[in-house]
Design a protein around this ligand. Structure first.
Ligand SMILES: Cc1cc2nc3c(=O)[nH]c(=O)nc-3n(C[C@H](O)[C@H](O)[C@H](O)COP(=O)(O)OP(=O)(O)OC[C@H]3O[C@@H](n4cnc5c(N)ncnc54)[C@H](O)[C@@H]3O)c2cc1C
Ligand code: FES
Ligand code: FES
Length: 1276
């Protein structure tokens, strides 16, 4: 019918009323029964009930949801397996795809895929929440017989976030599968294949038979129409225009990759009809004859490949630059389906969007061919496209010009993080000169920018200025820079980098372009300014010794759950199957930080289909608080639901409950909350200091009596301000509450079962013993799940109790970030007197701690205990003031108080070094506790192994020789004063039938490897192989009253409790053993059973037992490189030594150290929270605008050493804890940056000893602290 309209000769294509695809080899059809907007992720998890695939951000930014899709190309008809973000793909868009989830490539029963096995064996999983996405990303890279190189593997993980591991182990696991992996790595893989049951024929997991199980071939791609959803899929241009015509006035949208939804969250939901165009061959055709055109809906991945190929043709070499630029657009999975034109239309619809595609295509001079019907095209420039009326039209393809000789072309993208980040500023430059002797500009140049302001794309004044001029003449350069400066007028947006920075960096990259044109005309010291930072292939070394005599203790083994995590078999709370009648909850949050709630109108929400109820403060039968002061950490109440007076923007007002998560979220958005008496919120310590409000509590517990202030050679005062950090656990806050016969069964993603149980009992007014809490594992916690989960659990339990139905809450990333407290920010003011050697003679300081709205959980003691670090502290006089601000009550984040305490004193050491002109390490050594301090030797050893002295000399030489690239090195020691506190139980049961052992403990496994350590200890004590030990979920019954798992002590404490329980059992078995001679274990326990011996034992760890407080010593050296023109930086190398005693489990300890260090790098270098000053709302609540480190942000060379011969008699079985000390040392990267900046500032004429740096030291901060000025942008 549609063909008839346009008279096309194309064959009519059949239309189906449902989409068909295969899921793990099984054909499925999806049609009217599925709600429009259902993502592939929802389908996989909620309909197909495959819970291996996870989700977190739902915007293409984290990779938790990645699956593999084998897709036939509409033009080449070749099938290719690609990673895609299942959260962004509408399930209707999957017609003809063959989709594999993590369950579909390997599992416990059939055997694991080599990708899974490698990730497990290389210890690339911790909490494991990211693992299925990691696995499927790698699977897609090697599927179809592809053989990536190590560099290609490393490059492909920009879109897969991991908050636990620090990436090194993941990258090693996958690089070992690359074609250029070293023989040693390949051998490791072969060894692994023996262990994980892998099919030798296919290299895949054994499926029990060798026949192909895919039905993919049977599905013929064809047009689709799903009436209920108004979803169309077309495969010809004729059909496409027929549908457009038939839709008449209906507002429709074309769907290609559908990834625009990941940028503007509701971008693709504001349309009444969608037309899937990605299988229209004309839109995917790449034509190289008679020019070069690329189909509008060619994906970014295809475009990269096409550009690289075409670059070999005369006139098109510039396409290499485009390919390289596209490689840093979005991430692999987005690029695999996101298309060129999709990006351009995004820019058209949202002019402020910093579109890289627009910048590089406009700089190249590409044009668009736009169809108004199947045969009529109009050629449009990119600039004109922005205002072109696209209604009823379709972009057909993009035409790329061939460049004549003497063109110079370069594009640059400056980002807050190495990969998967949109640009602060993107730029493209195309200039043609008559010859490269006189450099006379003889054609209108193209100078294009994104990130300046929504209207600004071309620097036309500068382009005009350059016409006819000698490009490399000093006067021309300054003139161009001045013209550019005048026309660059960046706007001010709260979430963007500052206008000043964006202007500076835009000028900086233009200068960079000029520097690279003819290096011979540039002075030697400025030449390197032209280059981008080049990151080498990363590598890591782990140096530790083990004692096979005590194996399985001290044995380097992967986590017990590792294989299950890599196959999606490890169950997280949201993976627990839905029960009949189950409901879903979504929170309503305040949008104002101050005032009172005047009214709540829930009528629109309750009228929404699927919404069942709305609960608010008045519905709480018991106490409206989740911070009981009978537990440690809490000193005041925090409400479950805001009862009136508002404490912060993001505070929970109530809970909408509905039949689906989608309906609940929709309903929550419709609850109208009105406010009264609002005032401008106070959001920082500095604002508190300026305000008259009484918000401060002085915790005047001085570390020492105020010292007599001696006369000092130097007196130094300073103020060091450090910011906050969001935990970014990949599993957001989650809870399921199920009414049961005796009360409630609660599954809570919590680090503290006891807290959950007590809060629910108090909120509901029911006895504690009727609240049964179970926690199998967490998808990361890092302190964020210490106290806040109780609020979620209380709301969930309330709804379940009131409605008599199971209720599930899975918080969205946005609500999670807005509602929950974060790491405590501080200001540290100090006044220090030192002698000529930099030794501190007195130190008076105040730490002002931003608590958010309550004084709960303040890490006061930790701060005070760690402030002295490893230094002689007799003359230290530090006090802490707790300050209340109108923000969420802050809550511990990995290394709370300890990280900051160490940072404060270490910053003072750096300050002293600069004022006294001494080496910072010497200042540290001069201040260190001299007696019984192993750090002197550890530092010397690390300096030797890291070749510190030579490298430092090289850094100095490098800095002397380079004006625009700088390097810096630093060294930071730490003395982690490990405290012993809390009570943690374990229960060990021996099963008489086969002698196997079950253990449940009072800790929470959240990736730190606690279960593995417990099993290793129990196996060691009982003299059994590890496979005899099974660790069960933690429960309120088996571990009543156990303390929160946190502060590194958990693993040690529960391992100790398990050890004591095992020893109790061994003592009970001993008489029988003696009576039997030398029985086997199995015979022994069977006999014990016959004799009615109790083979269950429990023990509770508590302070005062055999584990005493001890010190964990460590030192880290970091080297960084900075691009002064842009502020970009990379950590070139980190050497770190940590004292782990005799490690209980070396691989796990390495993982803890690496993960903690990289989390610290995020804290100091990239993660920045921004609030709206008017409402107090947190502004960056997405992966799009909050940047935790990615795989290419970690040290390029990352070397972890365990201190040798360091048995610890005070710890458990000679070991030490490892979870947090490395975070304390991560500030070394910041000091290395400071060191690099010193050189840049000196070159810029700075004479100051010391200067403040705003934290985090983002790319923007670095550039703005470097004293760079365009007057320095010369070639001389
Ligand atoms: C996590 C993430 C990170 C990203 N990072 C970057 C980045 O760093 N830099 C950057 O520049 N971009 C970035 N992007 C944007 C990304 O490049 C775009 O989302 C993608 O290119 C859009 O293509 P699509 O095919 O998915 O478009 P879709 O979402 O399918 O469609 C977008 C729009 O294009 C229209 N459209 C599609 N095809 C046609 C056609 N043939 N004719 C007319 N209109 C059409 C649709 O109607 C729709 O309005 C990122 C995106 C994500 C999700
Ligand atoms: S959930 Fe899909 S990328 Fe984060
Ligand atoms: S293991 Fe990667 S997020 Fe926890």
């Amino acid at each position: 019918m549609w063909n008839a309209i346009f008279g096309s000769s194309e064959e009519p294509s059949p239309t189906a009323l449902e989409v068909t695809f295969t899921l793990n080899g099984k054909q499925v059809t999806v049609g009217n029964e599925v709600v429009e907007g259902t993502s592939l992720n929802s389908y996989i998890r909620d309909v197909a009930k495959l819970k291996g695939t996870k989700f977190m951000c739902t915007e293409g930014g984290c990779g938790a949801c990645v699956v593999a899709a084998t897709i036939e190309h509409p033009v080449t008809k070749q099938k290719q397996t690609l990673s895609v973000n299942s959260c962004l793909v509408p399930v209707f868009a999957c017609h003809g795809w063959d989709i594999r989830t993590v369950e579909g490539i390997g599992n416990k029963r059939d055997g694991y895929h080599p990708v899974q096995a490698n990730l497990a064996q290389f210890n690339g999983t911790q909490c494991g929440f990211c693992s299925p996405g990691m696995v499927m990303n790698m699977y897609s890279l090697v599927a179809d017989g592809k053989t990536p190189t190590m560099a290609e593997v490393e490059n492909a993980f920009g879109g897969n976030l991991c908050r636990c591991t620090g990436y090194r182990s993941i990258l090693d696991a996958f690089k070992a599968l690359a074609k250029d992996a070293t023989p040693m790595m390949k051998k490791q893989c072969a060894d692994i294949e023996d262990m994980y049951k892998i099919c030798s024929k296919t290299g895949l997991a054994c499926s029990g038979s060798c026949k192909k199980d895919s039905n993919f071939e049977e599905i013929v791609p064809k047009s689709v129409k799903i009436p209920a959803a108004n979803w169309y899929k077309v495969t010809t241009l004729n059909d496409l225009f027929s549908v457009i015509t038939s839709l008449g006035a209906t507002v429709y949208q074309l769907s290609a990759g559908n990834t625009a939804e990941g940028v503007y969250r509701h971008y693709n939901r504001q349309f009444d009809a969608r037309i899937d165009v990605k299988d229209v061959p004309d839109l995917r055709t790449i034509n190289t004859s008679g020019g070069f055109t690329v189909g509008a809906n060619v994906t970014l991945t295809e475009a990269i490949a096409a550009f690289k190929t075409q670059a070999a043709t005369t006139g098109y070499s510039y396409l290499t630059e485009l390919a390289n630029h596209l490689d840093v657009v979005a991430n692999t999975s987005v690029r695999n389906i996101g298309t060129l034109v999709g990006n351009l239309v995004l820019k058209k619809d949202h002019n402020e969007f910093p579109s890289d595609v627009f910048v590089i295509l406009e700089a190249a001079g590409a044009t668009l061919n736009i169809l108004s019907n199947p045969t009529t095209t109009t050629n449009v420039t990119l600039t004109n496209f922005l205002t072109y009326n696209l209604a009823g039209k379709v972009v057909l393809n993009i035409a790329f010009p061939a460049f004549a000789t003497n063109h110079r072309f370069r594009t640059l993208k400056i980002t807050p993080r190495k990969q998967n980040a949109h640009a602060y500023v993107s730029a493209g430059f195309r200039i043609r000169v008559a010859d490269t002797i006189n450099w006379n500009v003889n054609e209108q140049p193209r100078i294009v920018f994104a990130g300046i302001n929504p209207q600004f794309n071309r620097a036309t004044n500068t382009e005009n200025y350059l016409m006819g001029k000698n490009l490399l003449d000093a006067a021309t350069i300054q003139g161009a820079l001045n013209t550019l400066a005048a026309e660059l007028v960046p706007d001010s947006q709260p979430l963007d980098a500052s206008p000043q920075y964006r202007k500076q960096v835009a000028q900086g990259v233009f200068y960079k372009f000029l520097l690279g044109l003819d290096p011979n005309r540039v002075s030697a010291s400025k030449r390197s300014g032209a280059e981008n930072l080049i990151r080498p292939l990363s590598s890591g070394k782990q140096d530790f010794e083990t004692n096979p005599g005590v194996y399985p203790l001290n044995e380097p083994i992967p986590k017990l759950e590792a294989a299950a995590q890599t196959a999606g078999e490890a169950e997280y709370i949201n993976d627990i199957p839905e029960r009949p009648g189950e409901l879903h909850g979504a929170f309503v949050l305040t949008t104002q930080a101050t005032g009172v709630i005047a009214s709540i109108d829930d009528s629109a929400a309750l009228a929404t289909a699927g919404v069942v109820a709305f609960f608010k403060a008045a519905d709480i039968p018991g106490k409206n608080s989740f911070t009981p002061q009978t537990l440690p950490l809490f000193v005041e109440d925090e409400e479950v639901f805001c009862s009136g007076p508002i404490k912060y923007a993001g505070q929970v007002v109530g809970l909408v409950v509905a039949t689906s998560r989608m309906a609940a979220t929709l309903g929550a958005g419709l609850v109208q909350v009105s406010y009264a008496k609002t005032e401008k919120p106070i959001l920082s310590v500095r604002e508190v200091m300026k305000s008259s409000a009484d918000r401060t509590f002085v915790a005047k517990k001085e570390t020492q009596k105020k010292a007599e202030q001696p006369k000092a050679a130097y007196t130094i005062t300073g103020s060091f301000e450090i910011a906050s950090q969001y935990h970014m656990h990949m599993e957001t806050h989650t809870c399921i509450a199920v009414p049961t016969e005796d009360g409630l069964q609660v599954f809570s993603a919590s680090q503290w079962i006891d807290h959950i149980q007590q809060v629910i009992s108090e909120v509901l007014g029911i006895t504690q013993s009727t609240v049964n809490v179970t926690v199998r594992r967490l998808g990361g916690g890092y302190g964020g799940k210490i106290s806040r989960p109780a609020q979620v659990a209380a709301a969930c339990a309330l709804a379940a109790d009131k409605l008599g139905k199971p209720v599930r809450i899975v918080m969205s990333l946005r609500t999670n970030m807005e509602a929950m407290g974060k790491r405590f920010p501080y200001i540290h003011n100090y006044d220090v007197g030192v002698d000529v050697n930099g030794k501190i003679e007195y130190l008076n300081s105040t730490c002002l701690q931003d608590n958010g709205f309550s004084f709960n959980e303040a890490p006061l003691l930790e701060l005070q205990a760690f402030y002295p670090n490893c230094y002689q502290a007799d003359a230290f006089n530090m006090n802490v003031q707790l300050v209340k601000t109108d923000k969420a009550s802050n809550t511990p984040c990995r290394g709370p108080g300890t990280t900051e305490g160490v940072a404060f004193i270490e910053e003072i050491m750096e300050h002293i070094a600069r004022v006294t002109k001494l080496d910072p390490l010497q200042v540290r050594l001069n201040n260190m506790v001299q007696l019984d301090n192993p750090l002197f030797n550890m530092i010397n050893d690390l300096k030797l192994s890291a070749d510190y002295d030579n490298r430092k000399a090289n850094v100095n030489a490098f800095n002397a020789a380079n004006r625009w690239k700088k390097r810096g090195m630093a060294i930071v020691p730490t003395q982690y004063r490990f405290p012993v506190g809390g009570n943690y139980s374990a229960i060990v049961s021996i099963h008489h039938g086969d002698g196997s052992v079950s253990i449940a403990h009072g800790g929470i496994e959240m990736g730190q490897g606690m279960n593995t350590k417990v099993a290793q200890v129990a196996a060691h004590i009982l003299g059994l192989p590890l496979n005899k030990i099974s660790i069960k979920p933690s429960e309120s019954l088996t571990s009543a009253n156990s303390m929160v798992t946190g502060g590194s002590i958990g693993s040690e404490a529960v391992s100790y409790a398990a050890m004591k329980s095992c020893q109790i059992l061994l003592a009970r078995l001993e008489p029988i053993r003696q009576s039997m001679g030398n029985p086997t274990w199995e015979a022994l326990v069977q006999q014990a059973y016959v004799q009615n011996v109790d083979m269950m034992a429990t023990f509770m760890f508590a302070p005062g037992q055999e584990i005493s407080p001890y010190n964990i010593w460590g030192t880290a050296i970091a080297e960084v490189e900075v691009d002064i023109l842009t502020g970009e930086r990379q950590v070139l190398r980190v050497d770190l030594v940590e004292d782990v005693g005799q490690s209980l489990s070396p691989l796990i300890d390495v993982g803890q150290i690496e993960g903690a260090f990289v989390m610290g790098m995020g804290y100091w270098l990239t993660e920045e929270l921004k609030y709206d000053s008017g409402s107090g709302r947190l502004l960056n609540t997405r992966t799009w605008n909050y940047k935790v480190p990615g795989a290419k942000d970690i040290p390029a060379d990352f070397r972890i050493n365990f201190r040798k011969n360091a048995s610890n008699p005070l710890g458990l079985l000679n070991s030490k804890a490892t979870g947090e000390p490395a975070l304390n040392m991560s500030i070394v990267c910041f000091f290395a940056l400071r060191n690099a900046l010193d050189s840049a500032r000196k070159d810029a004429g700075d004479v100051a000893d010391y200067y403040d740096i705003k934290l985090p030291a983002t790319v923007e901060t670095i550039a703005m602290t470097s004293l760079t000025d365009t007057s320095q942008f010369t070639f001389a």
